[in-house]
Design a protein around this ligand. Structure first.
Ligand SMILES: NC(=O)CC[C@H](N)C(=O)O
Length: 380
């Protein structure tokens, strides 16, 4: 058990939303200033996985769980090499974390990685505001950065928007690497890293897949150079409307008929490759408790989400696309947002949520088995 100073700091901090609403609290993590898109996560647990998910790049995450940091920070639950959120907002930080795996406190970790946060504000009021007005730009300022509100607001209003942001290359690996199969190797998959979470190749490796993780800029030739049985497109930050390069790679893979699986950003990119549009949701889905229906089996699964955009595809009819018939395979039961796509004439499918379950329920693990079945089918 480590003793924390979290929450006991008296350094003043202020959170300024682009529409002028202001919350005053105390510094949490690093002292300084930061900007991003304010979004809220409804996960009661799993903050370490949230913080290190590259899809949160340039977002300030508000935790709706009122008490955060209870289990400290360990060395096992990182989803990537660093914390990606651009800011962190909590109501009441844990003062004394308690877990046999804890190595550091959360506020120490945030400070060590230079992540500016704020605590002691009414996160319920902030969440309700974002739910009513929509996700918007925000700044957090602490210590010497706390100045006159009007000047801070002007700077928030000049910060970049999430709409139109092309961010995968900022978070993805620069060099290819291999995650070996666990046990007997059965398949090779080329995984295009648009901001991949570490658990995703692990879930494939557990199923006998050797995963070649490739940079976001990988060409069709790079993908086929690894002689893949299947091609995977990962989650990632930013606006899918900007991801023209991966869309063209997906189209080439569909053309060849290689089994294809996509998660989150990967689902939006498959959607675009099929000719569907994408749009920005008012405040998105983030958390580990979202109900999704698999329309093939009728079963409802509780799932982990982190998306601010969605695919615009018809729910009730099969669509004709340049790659054959496609349909919406999964739908969110809270709001009928498209949560999955599948092709009927090609071995390709994707989901908008996170079957790798980090953090989150394991209900959707069967999707990795579906990918394996597609690759087996292609070999038979
Ligand atoms: N987790 C993801 O892949 C997110 C995809 C996309 N950046 C969105 O917000 O919708």
């Amino acid at each position: 058990m480590t003793t924390s100073t979290g929450g006991t700091t008296k350094v003043p901090a202020v959170l300024v939303l682009e529409d002028g609403r202001i919350f005053r609290g105390r510094a949490y993590g690093a002292v300084g200033e930061t900007f991003g898109e304010a979004v809220f996560s409804t996960g009661m647990t799993g903050y370490q996985e949230t913080l290190t998910d590259p899809s949160y790049h340039r977002q300030v995450v508000v935790m709706t769980a009122p008490h955060v940091g209870n289990t400290g920070v360990n060395d096992e639950d990182m989803e990537s090499r660093k914390i990606w959120v651009s800011g962190y907002v909590v109501r009441d930080p844990a003062r004394v974390p308690s877990s046999w795996r804890s190595r550091r406190t959360l506020d120490e970790e945030l400070a060590a990685q230079g992540v500016v946060g704020i605590s002691g504000i009414d996160t319920r009021a902030l969440t309700r505001h974002l739910r009513e007005r929509g996700a918007m730009r925000v700044g957090i300022f602490s210590g010497a950065a706390v100045r006159d509100d009007a000047a801070l607001l002007a700077r928030v209003q000049q910060a970049p928007q999430m709409k139109g942001a092309n961010l995968s290359a900022e978070v993805a690996t620069a060099e290819p690497y291999v995650v070996p199969a666990i046990g007997e190797k059965k398949f090779t998959v080329a995984a295009v890293d648009l901001g991949i979470k570490g658990m995703t190749p692990h879930r494939m490796a557990e199923r006998g897949i050797e995963v070649h993780v490739l940079p976001a800029t990988a060409s069709v030739e790079d993908v086929y150079a690894v002689d893949p049985d299947g091609v995977f497109f990962s989650n990632g930050p930013g606006d899918p409307a900007t991801a023209d390069h991966p869309v063209s790679v997906v189209q080439a893979v569909l053309e060849r008929g290689t089994p294809l699986f996509g998660i989150c950003f990967g689902n939006q990119i498959l959607g675009r490759a099929l000719g569907f549009g994408t749009y920005k949701l008012k405040y998105g889905h983030r958390g580990i408790n979202q109900p999704v229906q698999d329309r093939t089996t009728g079963k409802v699964e509780v799932t982990a989400h982190n998306h601010g955009f969605a695919v615009d595809a018809p729910l009730e009819e099969v669509s004709d696309t340049p790659y054959g018939r496609a349909e919406v395979s999964h739908v969110c039961l809270n709001d009928n947002v498209v949560e999955g796509l599948q092709l009927l004439d090609k071995p390709a499918f994707s989901v908008q949520y996170h079957p790798e379950a980090a953090a989150g329920p394991h209900d959707a693990a069967y999707l990795f088995d579906r990918f394996v079945k597609l690759m087996e089918g292609q070999r038979a």
